[in-house]
Ligand binder design. Structure first.
Ligand code: ZN
Length: 136
């Protein structure tokens, strides 16, 4: 959003663009409870899914953020949002499979989708459902 202002000294119009403030992830007792639950549940499930589909990753971290459910680094580390444990299990699996596929395809191109399709045939449906959940 930009508003137009007039500078009488230069005789020109100018705009001020207001940047939206980045949302910060909440902290507190609730988050710590979720973190403990996430640390207990997510790494074993990720290991299980990786073994099942032949993926190897360097490590897994549980993150407190509101920008994504999961991410994957070029070094082969997988980051999972601690709020994943609040989602239905098939969506938790979907996020983990999605990130595991990024170990081989660091993009969302055709090869990535073919790989995701092979390990999670109903990924389109799950992606759609996932969009109904806002990270908060
Ligand atoms: Zn992705």
């Amino acid at each position: 959003m930009a508003r137009l202002f007039f500078n009488p000294f230069s005789g020109r119009f100018f705009t001020i663009v207001r940047r939206r403030k980045r949302r910060k992830a909440p902290v507190g007792a609730d988050v710590e409870r979720l973190r403990a639950q996430a640390k207990a549940q997510l790494p074993p499930r990720l290991a299980e899914l990786a073994a099942l589909h032949g993926f190897t990753y360097s490590g897994v971290r549980i993150k407190n953020n509101v920008s994504n459910w999961g991410s994957c680094s070029v070094r082969g580390n997988i980051n999972l949002n601690l709020r994943l444990v609040t989602l239905p299990s098939e969506l938790q699996d979907y996020v983990m499979l999605h990130e595991l596929c990024h170990l081989r395809q660091m993009n969302h191109g055709a090869k990535f989708h073919a790989l995701l399709e092979s390990v999670c045939p109903d990924h389109r449906q799950r992606e759609k459902e996932l969009r109904c959940y806002r990270i908060k």
